[in-house]
Design a protein around this ligand. Structure first.
Ligand code: PMP
Length: 425
């Protein structure tokens, strides 16, 4: 078998640089929260394929369902001839959403779910504008990228962007943005830039993912809800990263008690297979005309079989409870580390969606991007796959499978601890 360096050389010759890669290795196989590269080296997986593997790498129940389905019926295009599993996935997502009489449809990626949520909101309201938030991430397709609240690298060289997209401030108490400031920034948009009667939707992550695991306060979500109600705006909650049990509830927004109009999901609902969904209130979801929604691969039978297995694993293994316990394990140990290492200026999260932020010399206003990069690199040398995030690339997020053994999570955290010590953080 080829070595990592041989494969890197082939990759660099065959792929453009725009497709980045965190680590110069090629994986061979994986099991729950461990992975092995082509040279046989073992890694602990704290990335979960970026929030896709809440049920673990190669979950046996998911794999069995996929194998059976792949041998039976692998594609029809649901828009041509249907199959039961697509309907079953929608029924389940509708019930889990907590939205009365919810309706949903399936696509393949988070970006597609976001694009479609906006299409639905536009069709329902007959309006065009959309408000998103600074630091938010909604995907890499043209509209989703435009909604994303971070320029480099996501938007670099890719303009012009569609008109009618506005960004408000996301609350972040650590950095001095209160809920009042955030709501005021929306009110300012209404005053200076866009008539609220022209706004189709406000799209918000209940916990900003790529933006640094910044948790939206309950009061903020309540006030966004109230603004949407006051102006007839559709509230879209993007649960692509925070959803599917990561935060200890099926949707992160459930913990706020706020009911969204439309929800986008992807990543962990497919257990590693490309599946995404738009779920919402029936009167809104019914707005697009027949044929206006869909796509060749949306709700592919194999991905639907995987999702149905994921739902079963969640129930069988009580993964919501597990998510809360994992969250306590992670935040408990990270708080202890923060007591020892002054560079850790914040430990935060919701359920098992936990992160810590690094500031130079303990200064919250000096994002320690270089230290963060060094920590990721050192952890990699020691066999731990870590992911950074944050507007200033100074946050380490943990997205280890919810099914990971507590001892393995501790082993990973031990590596984090030894790296911080070696780096003099
Ligand atoms: N929304 C959020 C909140 C995300 O975190 C992501 C992916 N990181 C997306 C949308 C886009 O998902 P995808 O990469 O599957 O298009």
């Amino acid at each position: 078998m080829s070595s990592n360096s041989e494969l890197m050389a082939r990759r660099n010759a065959a792929l453009p640089r725009g497709v980045s890669q965190g680590f110069p290795i090629f994986m061979d196989h994986a099991d729950n929260a461990e992975m092995w590269d082509v040279e046989g080296r073992r890694y602990i997986d704290f990335a979960g394929g970026i929030a896709v593997l809440n049920v673990g790498n190669v979950n046996p129940h998911v794999t069995a369902a996929v194998q059976t389905q792949a041998a039976k019926l692998n594609h029809t295009c649901f828009m041509v001839t249907a199959y039961e599993s697509y309907v079953s996935v929608c029924e389940k997502l509708n019930a889990l959403s907590g939205i009365p009489d919810a309706k949903s449809f399936l696509v393949s990626t988070g970006a597609e779910a976001v694009e479609n949520a906006v299409k639905v909101a536009r069709a329902y309201t007959g309006r065009g504008a959309v408000i998103a938030f600074g630091g938010g991430f909604h995907g890499r397709t043209l509209l989703a990228m435009s909604l994303t609240g971070k320029v480099a690298p996501y938007k670099t060289g890719f303009g012009p962007f569609p008109t009618g997209i506005y960004h408000a401030a996301f609350p972040n108490a650590l950095h001095g943005v209160s809920v009042d400031d955030s709501i005021a920034s929306i009110e300012k948009l209404f005053k200076f830039d866009v008539d609220p009667a022209s706004v189709a939707a406000i799209i918000v992550e209940p916990v900003q993912g790529e933006g640094g695991f910044v948790v939206a306060p309950k009061e903020f979500l309540e006030r966004v809800r109230a603004l949407c109600d006051a102006h007839g705006i559709v509230m879209i909650v993007d649960e692509v990263q925070a959803g599917a049990g990561r935060t200890g509830s099926w949707l992160a927004v459930h913990q706020s008690g706020v009911q969204p109009d439309v929800v986008t999901m992807a990543k962990s609902i497919g257990g590693g297979y490309p599946l995404a969904a738009v779920i919402g209130k029936p009167q809104i979801m019914e707005a697009p005309v027949p044929g206006g929604l869909g796509g060749t691969y949306g709700g592919n039978p194999v991905a639907c079989a995987a999702a149905l297995a994921v739902f079963e694993v969640f129930e069988r293994d009580k993964l919501l409870e597990r998510s809360r316990a994992l969250g306590e394990q992670l935040s408990g140990r990270l708080h202890t580390l923060a007591g020892k290492h002054k560079s850790i200026v914040d430990v935060r999260g919701l359920g098992a969606m936990v992160a810590f932020e690094l500031g130079e010399g303990g200064d919250v206003h000096k994002p320690a991007a270089a230290l963060t990069k060094a920590l990721v690199a050192k952890a990699f040398e020691k066999g731990l796959i870590l992911l950074s995030c944050g507007t200033y690339a100074n946050v380490i997020r943990v997205l280890v499978p919810l099914t990971a053994e507590p001892a393995l999570v501790d082993e990973g955290l031990d590596i984090v601890a030894s790296c911080l010590a070696e780096l003099g953080a």
